[in-house]
Design a protein. Structure first.
Length: 682
């Protein structure tokens, strides 16, 4: 089986080669390449499919007990410094390769139906292939430098894909926001990498951990300095995995096409942060203050994400905050030392969250015709309802994903989330309580989403709701909405947002979109059985570096109490959602009126955007304008003055330099006279 390891480097190279060839075709022969869209997409899908087959082969080999495989070569050297590159294949790598390639393949198949009418269909496929390649390259990286290279490639691809529809202002703003926010975290990551190399003289994960621990133990390095370096590295995952306080980019990333939302939120960009924490575990686990920082960051993020999701009306943004909350669980697990539980939740979440996002795309695709192809309305759950009868496959798979994320057994999310809550309780009951409450909120907002979308009656033509949404859109544009305020600007905006163009009822999506949903439903239901406490095959395969797995007997009363409590709080959340959005026995607006402060806090996303705008954006713009003034008046002024003086002196000298000897003699004579007179006065 060593042959498959020798060619493991082909897994990221295959989609990279495909993206390069299709990209060159788009640059050199744009019209011809776009006309061959079926061939281009089929070529790229076949390459990622081949990579998936290789990934499953490697996973099978690792499950069979093959030792980790490392292949390195010298990339650069200067004196004693030598930098090596290569790839590593171990249980963590093999698991991530399978997750990334499987989700990427299904997303690419789904894209054929979702983007069928988009003129930039081929460009989107090229970006998807490059994005997948970047994440796969990150997964097999054996050291921090190589991780950083692919880390930045992942960030670049996310910028291209979030802003794919760059002619839309919202998409252009969203990709810039994602790029800038991630630069903050990535700068911290870079400083942390340099600091750790300065201290340990290595970029290798295990070596860094051992040397750093030894240096702190013998006093050659301060513990606070070691903690600082580790926290700086952690800033990278904080941004990439949308953790508090660098989470603000993730909901805006929904401006990209839905397939990329699924790929970002399930298996690539946000998973990269949790993956790096796992790789850096030998460093982090030996510094208690860093582990506490990671755990509390995850807990706070989970709570903020869940409490924000309960008031979202955009189906994709609701799922985005759900992703943020679930990532918080993963980071919380890593912080309390539950290495395997955090990674297990990453795996289960990848499948059911990809299914939920692709399901939301199927809903949007079906709703577009019903709301006149207006994206402002197609994603709004207030206009949905009754879609279960019209879109049965989408509704069934979405319900499976909802049950999985709510932690209802035997679906996948129960086993991974329950393990995290159990380990959090053992580490710190306060962390457990935050995760416990968040689990109840998660169940509420997810079933709120399901009931509003698939149950009841279709509300696409409800004039009252349409007018309310239209008013919200106008206010976002800065236009007053109300009687007597209809100026020309408003009339144009209203024409743009017109909802009179209703063509028909929503319909089920084509097979290319529903097939990935049905495939993803299978692991969403059953993959959790690999990590039950009774026979934890997942932890036996993937456990923290340096640890030996021992299957401990299950304390059944403790399991029933912990598992029963997490299911119980989930059922409470589901029951409240049923009363409010299915049976209509409780009016949500009444509670919004009773708790206006909390409602406004959730509705306005905890005011993070407003705070950052006031503290960072506006001062930065003012500073930029002042710098521009200095540049314009001082720097440009000096340059322009130099040019003007040169021009002026040149103009004057051209009359002096006339080539006549008599004139030169006269000038010399005059100069001598001036000199003599000046000497006389002196």
């Amino acid at each position: 089986m060593d042959a498959i390891y020798e060619y493991a480097w082909m897994i990221p190279m295959l989609p990279l080669m495909g993206a390069m060839l299709v990209g060159l075709g788009l640059i050199s022969f744009n019209k011809d390449t776009n006309r061959l869209r079926g061939i281009a997409s089929g070529f790229l899908v076949s390459l990622i499919g081949t990579a998936m087959v290789l990934s499953f082969g490697i996973l099978a080999s690792q499950l069979g007990g093959h030792a980790p495989y490392v292949r390195m070569f010298e990339w650069a050297s200067a004196g004693d410094f030598k930098l090596q590159m290569g790839y590593i294949v171990d249980p963590l790598t093999s698991m991530m390769l399978v997750v990334v390639t499987t989700v990427a393949l299904l997303v690419m198949v789904y894209t054929d139906g979702y983007m069928a009418h988009d003129p930039s269909y081929v460009r989107f496929y090229a970006y998807l292939s490059l994005f997948s390649s970047s994440m796969l390259g990150l997964v097999i990286s054996p050291n921090l430098v190589q991780v950083y290279v692919f880390w930045e490639l992942v960030g670049m691809c996310s910028y291209l894909l979030i802003g794919f529809w760059y002619d839309r202002k919202a998409a252009a703003d969203a990709c810039q926001k994602a790029f800038v926010t991630n630069r903050v975290g990535d700068f911290g990551l870079l400083l942390g990498i340099l600091g750790l190399f300065w201290a340990t003289r290595s970029f290798d994960f295990a070596i860094m951990g051992d040397r750093l621990h030894a240096m702190v133990e013998n006093g050659t390095l301060s513990g606070s300095i070691a903690a600082l370096f580790a926290i700086l590295v952690f800033l990278g995952p904080v941004a990439k995995s949308a953790q508090f306080p660098l989470h603000v980019w993730l909901p805006d990333a929904m401006e990209g096409p839905t397939p990329i939302s699924a790929l970002i939120h399930a298996a690539t960009m946000v998973a990269a942060g949790v993956f790096l924490i796992a790789r850096m575990f030998p460093v982090f686990s030996q510094i208690p203050v860093v582990m506490d920082t990671i755990a509390w960051t995850g807990a706070i993020t989970a709570f903020i994400g869940a409490t924000t999701a309960i008031t979202q009306n955009d189906i994709k943004k609701g799922l985005a905050y759900s992703t943020m909350s679930q990532l918080g669980y993963m980071v919380l697990a890593m912080g309390v030392g539950a290495y395997s539980a955090g990674l297990f939740h990453l795996v289960t979440h990848a499948f059911f969250k990809a299914m939920l996002f692709l399901g939301s795309g199927s809903v949007i695709h079906g709703m577009e015709e019903a709301v006149g192809h207006n994206p402002a309305y197609a994603q709004d759950m207030r206009l949905m309802g009754g879609l279960r009868k019209l879109m049965p496959i989408t509704a069934t798979t979405f319900l499976i994903g909802t049950l999985a994320i709510c932690g209802i057994p035997p679906f996948a999310g129960f086993w991974s989330k329950d393990e995290i809550l159990h380990r959090a309780y053992e580490a710190n009951p306060n962390l457990w309580f935050i995760g416990f409450v968040t689990a109840g909120i998660t169940a509420f907002y997810m079933f709120r989403m399901y009931f509003q979308t698939f149950e009841g009656e279709l509300r696409a033509t409800d004039a009252g709701i349409l007018n309310m949404i239209e008013g919200e859109q106008l206010r976002k544009m800065g236009i007053a909405a109300g009687p007597g305020a209809m100026n020309a600007k408003e009339l144009n905006a209203v024409a743009t947002l017109s909802h009179e163009d209703h063509h028909g009822d929503p319909h089920e999506s084509p097979l290319t979109m529903t097939l990935p949903l049905m495939v993803l439903a299978i692991p969403s239901m059953f993959i959790g059985l690999l990590g039950t406490p009774f026979a934890n095959y997942f932890e036996a395969f993937i456990h923290a570096p340096g640890e030996v797995f021992v299957q401990e007997p299950v304390d059944l009363p403790e399991f029933l109490i912990m598992g029963g409590s997490s299911v119980g709080i989930g059922l409470v959340g589901i029951s409240i959602a049923i009363l409010m959005y299915l049976q209509k026995k409780v009016d949500p607006s009444v509670w919004a009126d009773r708790l206006p402060t909390l409602y406004a806090l959730s509705k306005n996303k905890w005011y993070f955007d407003e705070i950052y705008d006031a503290v960072f954006v506006r001062p930065s713009r003012r500073l930029a304008r002042q710098v521009l003034e200095v540049d314009y008046k001082v720097v440009d002024g000096v340059v322009n003055l130099t040019g003007f003086l040169t021009l002026l002196t040149g103009e004057g000298l051209k009359y002096v330099e006339n080539g006549r000897a008599q004139f030169y003699a006269l000038i010399v004579f005059g100069a001598v006279i001036v000199f003599v007179i000046a000497s006389g006065f002196a």
